[in-house]
Design a protein around this ligand. Sequence first.
Ligand code: CMC
Length: 438
Amino acid sequence: MALTPADGKATLSFSDGTPSLDLPLYKGSIGPDVIDIRALYGKTGKFTYDPGFLSTASCNSTITYIDGDKGELLYRGYPIQQLATQCDYLETCYLLLYGELPNASQKADFLGRVTSHTMVNEQMQFFLRGFRRDAHPMAVMTGLVGALSAFYPDSINLHDPAQREVSAIRLIAKMPTMVSMAYKYSVGQPYIYPRNELSYAGNFMRMMFATPCEDYKPNEVLVRAMDRIFILHADHEQNASTSTVRLCASSGTNPFAAIAAGVACLWGPAHGGANEACLNMLYDIQASGGVAKIGEFIAQVKDKNSNVKLMGFGHRVYKNYDPRAKLMRETCHEVLEALGLHDDPLFKLAMSLEKIALEDDYFVSRKLYPNVDYYSGIVQKAIGIPVPLFTAIFALARTVGWIAQLNEMIADAEYKIGRPRQLYVGSKHRDVKPIAKR
Ligand code: CMC
C-alpha cells in the first residue's frame, strides 16, 4: 500500500560533512512509527546497517499486529484470545486471506472450496517414495511443497490473481494430506485418503492415525487442541519464514516454490524447529535422571560457554509473555487431563522445568518466558504425534499466513524485488597471481 502523505519528518545529520537530510515519518494504525529511508542512498550514497532486522520494517501490512511488550497478538485486528476461543481454523484462514471473518454462507463456500482440493495428485505418492523412509519430515515437506508446482502447473503464475487464489486453496487443502502422507511413509503404513465430512483438524488426525484395518474416531478434546495449535500458528507478521516467503516470491517465482522456501526456513531450531528441540531437550533431561537433574540443566543453560538454551523459552518480539503460550498452556492441561497423563514422568518433568525457570532470576531478569512451542510440543506429544513431525504441523498451520502475506505483497503497487545491500569489509581490489606464486 502506498504510504502518503507523510505524518512528519525525521532529520538525519552527519558528522562527516554530508548535508543533513529530512526523511518522511509515517504512522501505522498502531505500533511504532517508521522513518522512510528509501531516498537515503540516492541522496547520501550511504546505506543503513541492521543485521537481523532489529529496527527495520521490511513492508507495510494489514494482516497481523504484535505488541511484544503488552503480549498482544491481533489477526486483522482481532485478539488471538477471541479467535482461539470463538472461531475455528478455517474461519481464521478466511480472515487472514480476505481480511474479514466469514458469515455463515461465506464459511460454507470456503469450506466447500477447500475440501474439493484435499486430495493430492496420485502421482505424488511415487515422488514421495523416492525419499528414504527415515528422512526428516521437514526435508520431505520442503520437497513435496516445492513439487506441487510440477503437479499443478495451471496455478503457478504469481501475477494472475485467479491462479494465486487456486494455489492458495490448494496449499491450505493439501498440507494436512501431505504431512500425514509423510508420516505414513515414515512408518511404512498405507496412506489414508481425506474424508471431507470431517473438520479440517479432525480429517488431519484421521489421516494420521487411521489405518485401512482400523478407523480413527476423532476425540473432540484432541481435535479442538489440534485446531487451536493451527490457529495459534497461522500467522506471526514478518518472522524469518514469512520474510523468506516474501523475499522468495518477490522474484516472481511461483507460489508453491515460495511456500517451500518458507517451509525450509521454518525448519531451523531457533524458529519452528523449537517445539521438536524442546521435546528432545526434555528427553535428554529425563534420560540423565529426570526432575532431580533440572538444577544441573538450568546451571548449564546459564553457563555462557555451554551453548545450551532452554528451548521453548524466549522470543525476539514477546518480551513480557507470549499470548499464544497462555492459550496453549490451557489446552495442554485440558489434553493431559483428558488423556489421564498428568502423572506421566515426561509431562511432570516439563511442568517442573517450567515452574523452576519461571522463578529463576536468570530468566526473569532477561524477560524469558515460555513461548507457544514449549506447550505445543507437549500437547502434540500427548496426542501421539511423533516428535520429528511437530515442525511439519507448524508449517501446515503457517501456510495460510505465508500465502496471505505473499498475496498482500504481490497486490501492492509499490512491490519490488527484495534486494538488501551490505557493508563490504573484505579485501579491496587485488590481482590474481599465477598458481605457482600464491
Ligand atoms: N535459554 C537461555 N538463555 C536465553 C534463551 C533461552 N531460550 N533465549 C535467550 N536467552 C538469553 C541470551 O543468551 C541473552 O543473554 P545475555 O543477555 O546474557 O547475552 C538474552 O537471553 C537475550 O537473548 P537474545 O539471543 O538476544 O534474544 P533473541 O531475541 O535474539 O532470541 C530466540 C530469541 C527465540 C531465538 C531465543 O530466545 C531462543 O533461542 N529461544 C529458544 C528457541 C525457541 O524456543 N524458539 C522459538 C521461538 S517461538 C516460535 C516462533 O515464533 O518461531
